[in-house]
Design a binder for this molecule. Structure first.
Ligand code: BGC
Length: 547
């Protein structure tokens, strides 16, 4: 399509017409990217098992395997805490920086390309880890580099999926990403379980190397998927934006629907650029922190909302169960197979997540996050009180485990997917890639902080809180409830551009009642013959090509 033709984009003032109808094939295309969640889950899950593998321990302690073969002595030998902490936490360091940098790369080369680059970086990291033997060098460098790749993938997948998904099912499709995270965690436990008793390097090399498969599948799949049309609008390339939008919606390029959807994205972008003009590289980063703290629509407020949302998700304490569950269940005593219980919590996580595909679109983001936080508070206080009052009783321990499973159910069906869905929706296009990247980096930062702090709260030689640690998680979930009530807006059923307007016109508490009443195209400039004012398209093309 020529630029001249693209300038005559037909546009609409009808708020129900700002998104094209979608074919089944197009739905599948949008959902495929969720596969990237497998990386996230597998990568955070597999290392727990590997660190406990006897062969891996012999390599890192220099002990003879025969000492480890002896059941009486084997449990005494583990890799030193400092080594363990370095091997585990270096991944979060890589993901933190990877996520932040990915935002820039996504604006420069595109969302899809950034994810493919992330897969490449990740594969290099995995090769280094697989090649590692006894020293720390390769495993640490490998996890740092792989972490970088996971950071790229985890931040930009959310951005990509939110930008390409049809508004009616955007929440469900992004929840699919969380579902894949849970499958990744489950897969990691299964692979670790299958290889842990091998007496060769295969015991740890297989679980590490298998991850390359996820990266290869994702990269090849994405290669055939279209780029995000919103990226091309940001770059001022309207013909390409039209082309990819038509592919994504399964419609002809000159369909009126495609034209109207595109016109709305362009008009919204023009509006946003008027509110927050783009400047130099540093100025555009500074834009993420501009505006008043007291106005819900300001960039600063949106950045705080995204980063704090992910912080709250980590504060729920869910990773206490996934990272330290086995040792915690062991310490409760009276349980014969703590590994099995850990596996059950992982399964509850997988099976509960799909419920959110339906509830997040039916009831909305706000109710889900509010009820989820309440459910988690109740379960955690029950576990804490029961464990404190009657912890030695095997029946009480069983009840504690049941409530831990119900807690996981509440997390997996609400805050697990909800936090990712919301961060993909709240940022305006000029700062979206960086906003989502900063929010994802916050997830990894708090993930890391909690992983470092937790052993001090529950370690037998430290605070040794036992089940009382659930008073801490329960209180933090109570904060999440209050936070959700006052700060989380309802974004269900709105296009990303309508979310922008809703944030301007409502408060989180009144947001659910807000209805779109006008389009950006109508506000910014609709000509008498129903097309978007040509100077708007021209302006976007000029500004985009200057980036
Ligand atoms: C969280 C992870 C957590 C996982 C559990 C994700 O949404 O960000 O930290 O391990 O859910 O399913």
């Amino acid at each position: 399509m020529s630029i001249e033709k693209s300038r005559a984009l037909s546009a609409t003032a009808d708020t129900s017409r700002i998104e094209s109808p979608v074919t089944v094939k197009a739905y599948f295309m949008c959902a495929f990217a969720a596969f990237g969640g497998i990386f996230f889950g597998y990568d955070s899950g597999y290392i727990n098992g590997v660190l406990g593998m006897r062969y891996f321990i012999t390599l890192h302690t220099g002990l003879s395997p025969t000492l480890l073969d002896n059941k009486d002595t084997a449990d005494q030998f583990t890799i030193s805490s400092s080594r363990k902490s370095l091997i585990v936490s270096i991944l979060s360091a890589g993901t933190f920086f990877g996520a932040i940098i990915a935002g820039d790369v996504a604006d420069f080369t595109g969302r899809r390309t950034t994810i493919i680059i992330g897969c490449g970086v990740f594969i290099v990291g995995v090769i280094l880890q697989t090649a590692s033997h006894s020293g720390l060098g390769l495993i640490v460098a490998g996890r740092l580099i792989a972490g970088f790749g996971v950071g790229f993938v985890s931040a930009i997948i959310i951005l990509y999926m939110s930008e390409i998904a049809p508004k009616r099912v955007r929440g469900a499709i992004v929840s699919g990403y969380q579902f894949c995270i849970t499958i990744g965690i489950l897969l990691a436990s299964c692979v670790d379980y299958a290889t842990e008793n091998r007496n060769d390097t295969g015991s740890y090399r297989i679980p590490i190397a298998i991850q390359m498969l996820w990266a290869i599948i994702l990269a090849i799949g994405l290669f055939f998927l279209p780029e995000s049309p919103r990226y091309f609008v940001k770059r001022g390339n309207i013909p390409r934006a039209t082309e990819v939008l038509a592919r994504l919606r399964g419609q002809p390029r000159d369909s009126e629907y495609i034209q109207q959807e595109l016109a709305e994205i362009i008009a919204n972008h023009e509006y946003e650029l008027k509110v927050t003009p783009q400047g130099s590289y540093f100025a555009s980063w500074a834009n993420c922190f501009k505006g008043s703290l007291w106005q819900g629509q300001s960039n600063l407020r949106r950045t705080i909302l995204g980063t704090s949302m992910q912080m709250m998700q980590q504060w729920t304490g869910v990773n206490f169960i996934f990272y330290f569950g086995t040792t915690f269940f062991q310490a409760l005593g009276t349980i014969s197979n703590p590994f099995l219980i850990s596996l059950i919590t992982t399964l509850v996580n997988v099976c509960s997540t799909p419920i959110s595909f339906w509830t997040i679109e039916k009831f909305g983001r706000r109710p889900l996050l509010l009820w989820g936080a309440l459910g988690m508070v109740i379960c955690q206080f029950i576990v804490a009180i029961a464990g404190t009052v009657d912890g030695g009783n095997p029946q009480t321990v069983k009840a504690e485990i049941a409530f831990i499973c119900i807690f996981i159910f509440f997390f997996a069906s609400t805050w697990g997917p909800g936090a990712w869905v919301v961060i993909g929706e709240i940022f305006p296009l000029p700062i979206r890639s960086r906003g989502v990247a900063l929010s994802t980096a916050s997830n990894w930062l708090w993930n890391c902080i909690i992983t470092v702090i937790t052993p001090y709260m529950v370690g037998a030689d430290k605070a040794n809180m036992g089940p009382k640690v659930f008073f801490v998680w329960g209180s933090l979930c109570a904060c999440a409830f209050i936070y959700a009530y006052f700060l989380i807006p309802e974004t269900k059923g709105l296009s990303l551009e309508q979310v922008d307007r809703m944030l301007e016109e409502t408060t989180p508490r009144t947001s659910a009642r807000w209805k779109p009443h006008t389009t950006f195209a109508a506000d910014m400039g609709l000509t008498a013959d129903g097309t978007l004012a040509p100077e708007i398209v021209g302006d976007i093309e000029r500004k985009g090509s200057a980036v």
